[in-house]
Design a protein around this ligand. Structure first.
Ligand SMILES: [Zn+2]
Length: 105
């Protein structure tokens, strides 16, 4: 019987995305999503519109920032973010689109 062979093969259920910094394709949950919103780059996993993906790593943030890959990936719809803000996002501050709690209420 060779039926059991397939059991060990798992198709990845997670979408894969390419980091604009290092250009490595990774599972979506490991990446930070950046979108163009009102001419600015903002983090937001659930936001609509043109987005790009970045590893949550300082090195990738720096590369993507320096090379202008974020602006390019967003088709020029937004000015590049400040490096400091970008680094803050990749380090884990206010991810996943509900980081604007301070603006409401
Ligand atoms: Zn990367």
């Amino acid at each position: 019987m060779t039926r059991g062979k397939r059991a060990g093969r798992q198709r990845p259920a997670v979408p894969q995305r390419r980091c604009v910094g290092c250009r490595v394709v990774k599972p979506q949950p490991e990446l930070l999503r950046l979108v163009a919103e009102a001419g600015e780059v903002v983090p937001g996993r659930q936001k609509p519109g043109r987005g790009c993906w970045l590893c949550r790593e300082e090195r990738c943030a720096r590369v993507a920032h320096k090379s202008g890959q974020i602006v390019r990936a967003l088709k020029g719809k937004a000015a590049g973010p400040d490096l400091d803000r970008l680094l803050g996002w990749v380090k884990g501050a206010s991810l996943d689109g509900d980081g604007d709690s301070g603006l409401k209420s």
